[in-house]
Design a protein around this ligand. Structure first.
Ligand code: XMP
Length: 327
């Protein structure tokens, strides 16, 4: 089977049996391609890179070296989950890089959205390349490229993107074991490989992470307010059966303050914006209408539990005219 292109007659992987067959086929193909050599993978903890990691662990075990870069813009609990699932449960060869200070120092005072994105992307490449340079005998680079990436790249919609836009001058041969799969198939395969549901069915999360949800210059305290409010929102969506039903939901903490009252005292704090949307193609999105009691509960929890927040606002704007993210 040619794994470069998805065969026109390929059956959509929708069942555990089809997923198992794909996994078996890929494991054989990966072993044949890699032999006794080493493979490097940037493991963000997102669906695609996690499934690639799980497939490679099954195929070549310790010959896979995973690098997880914590850039400080991940959601609450994400780095811990990557370590727990891959190092502790799957016994992966995992290098954890705490690059939080490095990223946040570089981003300090930077307000322009494109510059922020650029810094995050560049810094990621630098950190990853530095880690790669410390390792001997790596011949392959694994990537979580999926079939829509190839289609969009061919259609000129976006430049071919991979796990964080890895350096092209790293002279490795590519390993792309989910290249011919659609996203829903990657999830079925991931579930079959034993990855936890909250990893397999997670909502989309932008590469620059919480950085684009902390509009303007990122400060550590405001970033923390984004992270904590996002964690509450995700917890409440899961508790209320909305996880996996609503396409994407998140919080944004803009860089302005307003007056409020807490414990009888005046406050001057940030608002927290909640955005919950549905879409099939992400070109046009509609807003999820939440129940009034649920909204009240979210407002109460976020204003009580998140330091620095004294108001909660709801963004009810579809796309277009608004984009999903704020930057
Ligand atoms: P926008 O804001 O463009 O977002 O309407 C559409 C979808 O894309 C996600 N998004 C990104 N995903 N890297 C990604 O991998 C990025 O830089 C990025 N920016 C936006 C966004 O979360 C939404 O699902």
């Amino acid at each position: 089977m040619n794994y470069d292109r998805r065969p026109d007659d390929m059956v959509r992987i929708t069942t555990p049996e089809l997923a198992q067959a794909y996994i078996e086929e890929q494991v054989q193909a990966l072993r044949a391609q890699i032999g006794d050599k080493k493979v490097l993978l940037a493991l963000s903890g997102g669906v695609d890179s996690s499934v690639v990691a799980a497939l490679l662990i099954k195929a070549v075990g310790q010959q896979l070296v995973c690098v997880h870069v914590n850039h400080g813009l991940l959601r609450k609990g994400e780095p811990e989950q990557v370590i727990e699932v891959f190092r502790n449960q799957m016994n992966a060869n995992l290098i954890y890089v705490d690059a939080v200070d490095r990223f946040l120092d570089k981003l300090a005072g930077v307000t322009d959205p494109e510059t922020k994105r650029h810094i995050i992307g560049e810094e990621f490449i630098d950190v990853f390349a530095e880690e790669a340079a410390k390792l001997d005998g790596i011949e392959f680079l694994a990537q979580g490229t999926i079939w829509p990436d190839i289609l969009e790249s061919e259609a000129g919609i976006k430049a071919h993107h991979n796990a964080g836009g890895l350096p092209e001058d790293l002279q490795f041969e590519l390993v792309e074991p989910v290249r011919i799969l659609f996203k829903d198939e990657v999830r079925v395969v991931g579930k079959e490989l034993g990855l936890p549901d909250n990893m397999v069915y997670r909502q989309p999360f932008p590469g620059p992470g919480l950085g684009v949800r902390c509009p303007g210059a990122i400060t550590r305290d405001r970033l923390e307010a984004v992270r904590e409010s996002d964690a509450i929102l995700r917890e409440e969506f899961a508790k209320n059966g909305l996880e996996g039903k609503v396409w994407q939901y998140f919080t944004v903490v803009p860089d302005f303050k307003s007056t409020g009252i807490k414990n009888g005292k005046r406050t001057f704090d940030w608002p927290c914006i909640i955005r919950a949307i549905n879409t099939t193609d992400v070109v046009e999105v509609t807003v999820e209408h939440l129940k009034p009691e649920f909204i009240d509960h979210l407002v109460k929890r976020i204003t009580t539990e998140v330091p620095g927040i004294n108001r909660v606002l709801f963004d009810y704007t579809p796309k277009p005219p608004a984009t999903v993210e704020y930057e």
